[in-house]
Design a binder for this molecule. Sequence first.
Ligand code: AMP
Length: 115
Amino acid sequence: MSQECIFCKIAAKQIPAQIVYEDEQMLVFRDLNPVAPEHVLLIPKRHIPSLRKMAAEDQPAVNAVMAAVPQVANLLGLTEAGFRLVTNTGEDGGQTVGHLHWHLMGGRKMTWPPG
Ligand code: AMP
């Protein structure tokens, strides 16, 4: 755990979040500033700064997050209509929190290209 990391604090239940799914390796909670009718963040509990900084020992936690995507989409009622899964990485990617996370968004039609 990183002491200054807000998502580590959420994973440790030191600060509150609206949790929608949890298992040993990962947590899913609602984004504080949703940009779609459904907008959750999927995080590994383990502190991984970003996709740029993944170590081999991080891979099981990342695999666990990916494996949970269909179940989380189903929980949110997005399986049939679809959804978007995004990882902003680094400054140009628009990453603002330095703990690896995926945005899962749905409930409206997404546009492309992203801004
Ligand atoms: P990114 O900009 O891709 O790093 O995404 C960070 C996301 O975390 C943003 O969409 C924020 O709205 C969200 N966020 C920041 N702090 C919290 C929090 N305490 N609880 C829930 N979501 C948060």
